[in-house]
Design a protein around this ligand. Structure first.
Ligand SMILES: [Zn+2]
Length: 146
């Protein structure tokens, strides 16, 4: 495992749409292992592949002892609303209130392409939404303008 450099918002790759993962091979597993190590060594709760310069639909979340590796996610249900503070490892030292769904259900696959589904609420739902947005080139600060 190795630490990867986290890119910040001035890097244009963060605005690109990431590609669906089709090969579940050692290069994907190495990416996931590196992302886990990078996230654990950071102050964040989530990290997407694009933030380390890899345009793949992959993110990891580490929150309250729950660790998720999420590949090719789809938010299949959104319910309610919550407003709360959010930050991003790619936008250091900036924290703003963002409106997100209170609960989301997300379908994805794991590192072996095995289908998974998770229903998350509150801060966990916020983290899933934030990281899913990264895969479409959206940063949380974009949502403040709406
Ligand atoms: Zn972020």
């Amino acid at each position: 495992m190795a630490l990867r450099k986290i890119l910040t918002e001035e890097n244009e790759i963060l605005r690109k749409v990431s590609k669906k993962v089709v090969n579940f091979d050692e290069s994907l597993w190495e990416l996931l292992d590196d992302m886990k190590e990078t996230l654990i060594h950071s102050t964040g709760v989530g990290l997407s592949a694009v933030q380390v310069g890899v345009l793949k639909r992959v993110f990891v979340i580490n929150l309250n002892g729950a660790y998720f590796e999420v590949i090719n996610p789809k938010i299949i249900r959104r319910e309610g609303k919550q407003k709360g503070q959010e930050g991003c490892l790619s936008i250091p030292n900036r924290f703003e209130d963002v409106v997100r769904p209170k609960t989301v259900t997300i379908s994805f696959v794991d590192r072996y392409n095995f289908p998974m589904q998770v229903t998350a609420t509150d801060f966990m739902a916020r983290a899933f939404c934030h990281e899913s947005d990264h895969l479409d080139g959206i940063l949380f600060t974009d949502l403040l303008k709406r």
